[in-house]
Design a protein around this ligand. Structure first.
Ligand SMILES: [Zn+2]
Length: 166
């Protein structure tokens, strides 16, 4: 489970799509080129995966009376939270990995810069492709950033969006 989470974070592969043997190989490759400091940062992030931000949003939605499903692998990008009744999906994105524009958490590691730039560009592209595919399938897409979860600023907007049908 620990390995799966780590891989999912590094490669941004949703847990429902994780194929362990491939990922173990790929995570070794990635870990080889990250600095010791970066490795520590990644390991710290692992502890938070699938715990803090996503659970906080789920808990808030549940308290507010919304019913949802999790990680539907049959939808593009395997959205974190799916609200079928509202034809809405929610992604809870980490600011660093998904590159929250203008956010102080969206830093660029000082070593292996080219590798990270390419990696981040892939993540951003993939997110955009998934959002467009979901939209074409008739789903409304909400992205909640990790930093918005921390200060709870997303809550009123999310409720407004859902209650007013977008
Ligand atoms: Zn942010």
């Amino acid at each position: 489970m620990h390995i799966i989470s780590l891989n999912a974070i590094i490669l941004n592969i949703p847990p429902c799509l994780v194929k362990l043997p491939i990922l173990i190989k790929r995570v070794d490759e990635v870990m080889d080129i990250v600095s010791k400091e970066k490795r520590h940062q990644i390991m710290s992030a692992v502890k938070n995966k699938n715990t803090k931000p996503e659970l906080a949003v789920r808990s808030f939605l549940h308290r507010s009376g919304f019913r949802f499903r999790l990680h539907r692998g049959d939808l593009p990008g395997c959205p974190d939270i799916v609200l079928p009744k509202y034809r809405t999906v929610v992604f809870v994105h980490g600011c660093f990995w998904h590159r929250h524009p203008g956010c102080s958490r969206t830093t660029l590691p000082k070593t292996n810069t080219q590798f990270w730039e390419r990696k981040f560009a892939e993540n951003v592209d993939r997110d955009m492709v998934n959002r467009e595919a979901l939209s074409e399938l008739g789903w409304k897409v909400i992205v909640i950033w990790e930093c918005e979860v921390k200060d709870e600023s997303y809550q009123s907007l999310l409720l407004h969006f859902l209650r007013n049908d977008g």
